[in-house]
Design a protein around this ligand. Sequence first.
Ligand SMILES: CC(C)(COP(=O)(O)OP(=O)(O)OC[C@H]1O[C@@H](n2cnc3c(N)ncnc32)[C@H](O)[C@@H]1O)[C@@H](O)C(=O)NCCC(=O)NCCS
Ligand SMILES: Nc1ncnc2c1ncn2[C@@H]1O[C@H](COP(=O)(O)OP(=O)(O)OP(=O)(O)O)[C@@H](O)[C@H]1O
Length: 200
Amino acid sequence: MTVIIGLTGSIASGKSTVAKMIQSYNLPIVDADQVARQVVEPGSPTLLKIAEVFGQDVISEDGTMDRAKVGNLIFHDESKRQQLNAIIHPAIREEMIRQRDEFISYGEKNVFMDIPLLFESKLEHFVERIIVVSVREDVQLERLMERNGLTEEEAKARIATQIPVKDKEALADIVIYNNGSLEDTALQLQNVLYEWNVLK
Ligand SMILES: CC(C)(COP(=O)(O)OP(=O)(O)OC[C@H]1O[C@@H](n2cnc3c(N)ncnc32)[C@H](O)[C@@H]1O)[C@@H](O)C(=O)NCCC(=O)NCCS
Ligand SMILES: Nc1ncnc2c1ncn2[C@@H]1O[C@H](COP(=O)(O)OP(=O)(O)OP(=O)(O)O)[C@@H](O)[C@H]1O
């Protein structure tokens, strides 16, 4: 029996950072953000649908989706965000299940799934255990502004579209606090992996 472990948190809380650490142990992980990029490859039916709804100018000259443009549209308009979710989430879900099942067919004992919107999209049933990567609000805001080159207002708008990370902590089996150094975060992860017998 394979145990499916969900990795979640909030925007810029450090999920991808922890996901990279998980990969460094050669453990299998399905990454929703990466799948979200895959399903809108140039010419894909999902990208064509997005352009139908949001306008052809969300497709750049090279045929890729203009992510900054789509981000600006959806993080300031709840109904547009819902529209995008309705188009893209079924495709993401289908591909994530395919990748998960592939890992299971290889006989993997544990499969990680990095799902940023695990709680918002009510996907808890996908996973048996949940790791929440949490961060203080001031650190989250600072890292998000820095990473994405956003103003404080833009960053706050993105954070506001998600359930506060403090509330997610209460729904976790384990919380990793990513306020300090990367070494400190790596150590917390290692402890969880031993505790759950993922590492022996
Ligand atoms: C809006 C898009 C184009 C912005 O692209 P960008 O490269 O700037 O950001 P990236 O994809 O790396 O996402 C960064 C983070 O934003 C948050 N986020 C992304 N989409 C959403 C959404 N629909 N609702 C709330 N938060 C979201 C997540 O925390 C995610 O980890 C992109 O995020 C997207 O296609 N979103 C829809 C798919 C989706 O819901 N992805 C997130 C989980 S599967
Ligand atoms: N412990 C840390 N110390 C310093 N910087 C960090 C730390 N953890 C993460 N970061 C930085 O903070 C930013 C957000 O981290 P990361 O991309 O891992 O978050 P995320 O939860 O995956 O975000 P998103 O939901 O937006 O994809 C990145 O620029 C990352 O390099």
